[in-house]
Unconditional design. Sequence first.
Length: 105
Amino acid sequence: MVVFRRLPGASWGTAGGVPFGEAPVTPPGWPVWKIALALYPFGAGAAAINLFFAGLIAPWFGLPVIPPVPAVIGGCVLGVPVTWFFARHIRSLMTRADARPDDYG
């Protein structure tokens, strides 16, 4: 979402669909990569635990059990995209919370 604010003393003409005196403002707060970096240990840990518990259920389907060390390694790998998507969600919630009430209904 792009937020426009009028600069003091600027006219309200238009150029290319963007009114004069208005410039896009980046959302305040942390960028997504910082949020993801802060949440990565939790995302990797959650992925490792889920992978380990899924490995305990694997023998029901004739698959081998996943030992703890490969589950932790897999959790570190799976934690990257999971944490990135979660950080994007958190950033969107932060942007929405900072917006004016009439922006989202």
